[in-house]
Ligand binder design. Structure first.
Ligand code: TXA
Ligand code: MG
Length: 355
């Protein structure tokens, strides 16, 4: 059954169609990364600007050289430590990588996902003569990423030829992106693999010094984290630097359609009270419960960062569909294990009209 479905998926991909597939992070909208016609369908289905680069998913580290022309030692260290897994490496591209994959840049994003169905699909795709699968998160551009096959169907419908159902994603938020194409590693998007873990695998230092960089950065031994490069811009890349355009780093991203606001834990109860008093219908995502009311829907948030990340997009999606006027999200703690969750929540709130 599964084998037949996978064969069908490979056939569709080789014919230039889109196939959504599960990964451990979120569902991906897959297309043959070597086929510009297929790649164009990704941008059409997502409503995504054509200059925003895609991640190429590969089955095995031995395929890196087909996509990247320079593979620094750091890439080997990180691949060994975290692949297959929720980590994307940005490397200098091979000249034949389609511009639709790279957004016309000199780099390419690569990852080996840690999901049995994704790995099987990639292996069979290779067996059928394909190389890698370009796959952004399978949501409309700027919207909430899908963590189940049903989310993909709800969001993209007929634009996808086939959705492979691998159950709910175990991680729940997108991969950590590390740019290794420059003189020193830069984390472009935080994820469940933390800056500390990246630094440790690279034998570099972290946390950040007050200047925003790794303590020993001057000695070339630190890690730079720059996920906020476009925080105050909805327009994309920063023309003042050579930083790659990374839509996941746009301030307005992962957004529900319902206005959403992040509220400090200390003032949440007062804010809920104020909104209720004003006659607004609200949804609240918080660790501590609020009594149900005809104008208040409460949803439990986890107090553990990993579980919070796992539930995050399902929670936002559910609250977005509740038909309320406003979503209030209790701001999680600031500790380093919360960095990726806070990144996504900040962008979701910024992207909605609730701020
Ligand atoms: O976990 C994930 O990474 C998921 C699953 C499906 O693998 N994919 C994902 O893809 O999140 P997407 O397209 O939604 O986000 C990919 C991010 C974007 O912010 C994109 O700009 C960045 O990766 N990216 C891709 N190639 C890049 C490059 N060459 N330079 C800089 N950023 C790049
Ligand atoms: Mg995305």
């Amino acid at each position: 059954m599964r084998e037949t479905e996978l064969l069908r998926a490979v056939e569709l991909l080789r014919a230039g169609e889109l196939v959504a597939f599960p990964t451990e992070t979120v569902y991906g909208l897959g297309a043959d990364a070597g086929n510009p016609v297929a790649l164009a369908k990704i941008f059409a289905a997502k409503g995504r600007p054509a200059d925003h680069p895609l991640i190429v998913h590969i089955a095995d580290i031995s395929h890196l050289g087909q996509w990247a022309r320079e593979i620094p030692d750091a890439a080997h260290l990180l691949a060994k430590a975290f692949w297959p897994g929720p980590l994307t490496l940005i490397l200098k591209r091979q000249p034949n990588v389609p511009d639709l994959v790279t957004g016309g840049q000199d780099t390419v994003g690569l990852r080996i996902p840690n999901h049995p169905l994704a790995l099987q699909l990639l292996t069979m795709f290779n067996g059928a003569g394909g190389s890698g699968l370009a796959a952004p998160s399978a949501n409309r551009f700027g919207r909430i990423s899908p963590t189940s096959a049903q989310h993909v169907r709800d969001e993209l419908g007929a634009a996808v030829a086939l959705v492979l159902d691998g159950g709910p994603c175990t991680v729940g938020i997108e991969s950590t992106i590390v740019d290794l194409s420059r003189d020193e590693p830069v984390i472009l998007r935080p994820g469940i693999i933390s800056a500390e873990q990246i630094a440790q695998a690279l034998h570099r230092s972290f946390p950040l010094a007050p200047g925003g960089r790794g303590c020993h950065e001057a000695a070339g031994e630190g890690i730079t984290v720059r996920p906020e490069q476009n925080r105050h811009s909805r327009a994309g890349g920063n023309p003042a630097t050579s930083a790659p355009r990374a839509p996941g780093s746009l301030a307005a991203h992962y957004a529900p359609a319902t206005p959403m606001r992040l509220v400090p834990a200390a003032t949440l109860a007062a804010e809920v009270e104020r909104c209720m008093h004003a006659g607004r219908r609200i949804a609240v995502l918080s660790v501590h419960p609020f009594a149900a009311h005809e104008r208040l829907l409460w949803r439990q948030a986890s107090s553990a960062a990993g579980q919070y990340a796992h539930d995050l997009y399902l929670n936002l999606r559910t609250l977005d569909q509740a038909g309320v006027d406003l979503i209030l999200v209790e701001a999680p703690p600031q500790g380093s294990e919360w960095t990726a969750v806070n990144d996504r929540l900040g962008r979701a709130a910024f992207g909605s009209s609730g701020q």
